[in-house]
Design a protein around this ligand. Structure first.
Ligand code: HEC
Length: 102
């Protein structure tokens, strides 16, 4: 019995440690670079476009280029772009299917 309780408590603690925190306004994962994403991406659209997409730095660099060429995203300083690329490729490296009702 005690063993079971210890096991359950440990699982809960581990879960707590690894649970990803998401930002309440954008729904995006809270991590270094989210501030830059909020300044430059989610001003135009929801974070959903980011959540459903996914790839490495090259992939995200292409997306940023598309935003700039086609949709009017302004010029971004290289250090800021680097922070966003790190954030995106770390937290959104895979495409994910999410339901549309949100
Ligand atoms: C000036 C406005 C604007 C900004 C800023 C902007 N976007 Fe977009 N984005 C758009 C528009 C418009 C669409 C197309 C919406 C549609 O297809 O209905 C789009 C679509 C997307 C898509 C889905 C389409 C695709 O090619 O996969 C992704 C991913 C995306 N944006 C990522 C980003 C990221 C990352 C940033 C920040 C670096 C960003 N956007 C900043 C306007 C913007």
């Amino acid at each position: 019995m005690l063993k079971k309780i210890v096991l359950i408590v440990s699982i809960l603690m581990i879960n707590g440690l690894y649970a990803v925190e998401t930002d309440s306004t954008t729904g995006l994962i809270v991590d270094n670079g989210l501030g830059d994403i909020k300044e430059n991406c989610t001003v135009c659209h929801t974070g959903r476009f980011i959540v459903v997409n996914g790839g490495d730095k090259k992939f995200w660099k292409q997306k940023i280029n598309i935003m700039q060429k086609a949709y009017g995203l302004w010029k971004i300083e290289p250090e800021q772009e680097e922070r966003m690329l790190n954030y995106l490729s770390k937290n959104y490296s895979q495409k994910v299917n999410v339901s549309i009702d949100e």
